[in-house]
Design a protein around this ligand. Sequence first.
Ligand code: UDP
Length: 242
Amino acid sequence: MEQSIYKRVVLKISGEAMAGNVGYGIDPLTVDAIAREVKKSRETGVQIAMVVGGGNIWRGLAGSAKGMDRATADYMGMLATIMNSLALQDALEQYDVDTRVQTAIEMRQIAEPYIRRRAIRHLEKGRVVIFAAGTGNPYFSTDTTAALRAAEIEADVILMAKKNADGVYDCDPRNNPNAKKFKELDYIEVLQRGLAVMDSTATSLCMDNKIPMIVFSIDEPGNILKAVLGKDIGTIVGGNKN
Ligand code: UDP
């Protein structure tokens, strides 16, 4: 088996990706396919921590746009990520991948609380750790969660698996046929150009802590494994650490 070029990664799966082509909620077949890829990726020797979004179920901003209290709507979004995390854990364990869910909002009956040292210990033992409930704070995103946890556990890279996007473009390729895909980018360019890679809080955190990120499509089977092996896919952001 080819070995990963990384020691430890954070794999961020967007909530949308959990819905597959159904478009909403959790599609078990899609989650099963993700789990199979994570298992294969794990076999390359890399330690894998995961963060999953919640947009397939609920987004705080959408709720607040319709008049809900923003913080309440965000807490609902964080709860959505817990459902996604449990679905992922279930799928991974069906393939005998030891998995722990750690949640930033305490929920002792169903998951461990987030404890950094314990998460690292799990990773060292070869377990996949899924960080649920985002950062535990409203007004943040799961992209920021991925950046924060990557810094905390000293991950080498964030692998950002997206649905309906295969990298970072200079403008939206869905509206502009001439949109150009970047192979490499610096975080400062992402901020200056206002590129829709992730929110600015997450971008700044990655930039300040020099955490590179690879943005790639999850729609193409095999891409998670390719990313772990360091194959040339998608867009590398902040790859130049100087
Ligand atoms: N969320 C939050 N704090 C966090 C992480 C997430 O409040 O630290 C909420 C927020 O409402 C967000 C929702 O959870 O809209 C789902 O997360 P996100 O939108 O990042 O998921 P994705 O876009 O990856 O599906």
